[in-house]
Ligand binder design. Structure first.
Ligand code: MG
Length: 405
């Protein structure tokens, strides 16, 4: 089997409501690039990339001359062709590689009639538990408008009833730290026995983060995610807060992973099948964590069904996945895969059973949401439509006012 072409199509997928985070907001849609590796035997492999537009599509297509004639099964060669360290100094192709590796694993799986997880050792589980991913939201056409602790609890309750979540993650850092402490305490009171996580996207100074961490120590925390910025900040916080720490911002590549482990800086690393350079790379990082007995969890970067499938295959194959995975998926209104959105059951999702990633593109939906992208365009993740004059600072000092919606 050989690669003969690679296609890239940008889509915009509407959300129930705009999601607020410490660095800005998701303005009511996610922008993704759907990547298709075309092979000489008629098999298409699917991948997905965060963001999109002409430049992202051109970057993917720019790799066609590198990869024309490449056998998709040769995954290690693929990594060196796209991400060799010298070229990477000038061309950061990590996420391009992630999408193409995902597509190649999909194509190979379809060719050999095996699943993507079989290419990384096979499944040790067939269902992957997920956390409810709770955001303070602006009002949207399909709900939203949660700001107070009670409103977040009501939102979490509705999600738990619908999807069966037993773990709740709050995206904090939008309002002053005491507001997040109150919301976490309200969630703990509403869901005794459920796991909790607070992730303010590193908006706090080390000292602010220590204060919040000590305040929520008595709760049933899985971990305290990116409370402050930098590996050294995480190291300092860890001396004062008795909650395992987690990150998806300061350990996102193998060099940082080595430093974190060598100097014992962070407890749990959230693996992402795009940020880490692909499904196989995320799995490799997970096995390094297993060796050194650090925790592994699964990060969500606002994925549609193709990347979600890659996360399910990662979750299937990773022996040391002891936490519910993250997904923004329940905030989406639709998907571009055949059959529509995948379903949660009892707070978990089944690993797809078909060959490759196990999902197919719905061509009508791809066209529909590509047209929607051309209509509405992208958005600036680090800008907040409700606070046009505001820019994110680290550490934050100008919090949103919870009395102002
Ligand atoms: Mg995070």
């Amino acid at each position: 089997m050989k690669i003969v072409d690679i296609r890239a199509t940008t889509v915009a997928m509407p959300l129930e409501a705009p999601l607020r985070h410490a660095g800005g907001a998701h303005w009511g849609r996610f922008i993704r690039t759907i990547v298709e590796v075309v092979t000489d035997v008629g098999i298409l492999g699917y991948g997905e990339l965060g963001g999109g537009g002409e430049s992202a599509e051109a970057a993917i297509r720019g790799l066609v001359p590198y990869l024309k004639g490449h056998d998709p099964l040769q995954l290690e060669q693929l990594r060196w062709k796209i991400m060799n360290p010298t070229a990477s100094l000038y061309n950061n192709r990590l996420q391009l590689h992630a999408a193409i590796e995902m597509a190649c694993m999909d194509a190979v799986g379809k060719f050999l009639n095996i699943r993507a997880c079989d290419l990384i050792g096979g499944a040790v589980r067939e269902v992957v538990p997920f956390a409810s991913y709770l955001f303070y939201r602006y009002p949207g056409e399909h709900g939203g408008g949660e700001t107070t602790p009670d409103e977040i609890v009501a939102h979490a309750r509705a999600l738990a009833q619908k999807h069966g979540f037993k773990t709740h993650k709050l995206k904090g850092g939008v309002f002053p730290p005491d507001h997040d402490i109150a919301t976490m305490e309200a969630l703990a009171a509403a869901f005794p026995g459920h796991g909790l996580r607070l992730d303010p996207n590193a908006a706090w100074s080390v000292e602010q983060a220590i204060r919040v961490g000590q305040a929520i120590e008595p709760l049933n925390n899985d971990y305290f995610e990116d409370p402050t910025w930098g590996l050294e900040g995480m190291r300092r916080l860890r001396q004062f807060v008795r909650i395992p720490t987690a990150t998806n911002t300061v350990v996102v590549n193998f060099e940082q992973l080595a430093q974190s482990i060598r100097h014992d800086l962070v407890d749990v690393v959230l693996l992402d099948t795009t940020f880490w350079g692909g499904l196989r790379q995320a799995h490799k990082a997970g096995t390094v964590l297993e060796t050194f007995q650090y925790g592994a969890s699964v990060h969500s970067s606002g994925e549609l069904g193709i990347q979600l499938a890659s996360m399910l295959h990662l979750g299937a194959a990773l022996p040391n996945l002891s936490f519910a995975a993250d997904a923004h998926y329940h905030h989406l209104l639709d998907d571009i895969i055949v059959g529509g959105k995948m379903n949660y059951r009892n707070g978990a999702m089944a690993v797809p059973t078909g060959p490759g990633l196990g999902v197919e593109i719905d061509r009508d939906k791809l066209k529909q949401y590509n047209a929607y992208y051309r209509e509405v365009g992208g958005y600036a993740y680090d800008r907040d439509p409700g606070r046009p004059e505001w820019h994110a600072m680290v550490p934050e000092s100008r919090w949103a006012d919870p009395t102002q919606r």
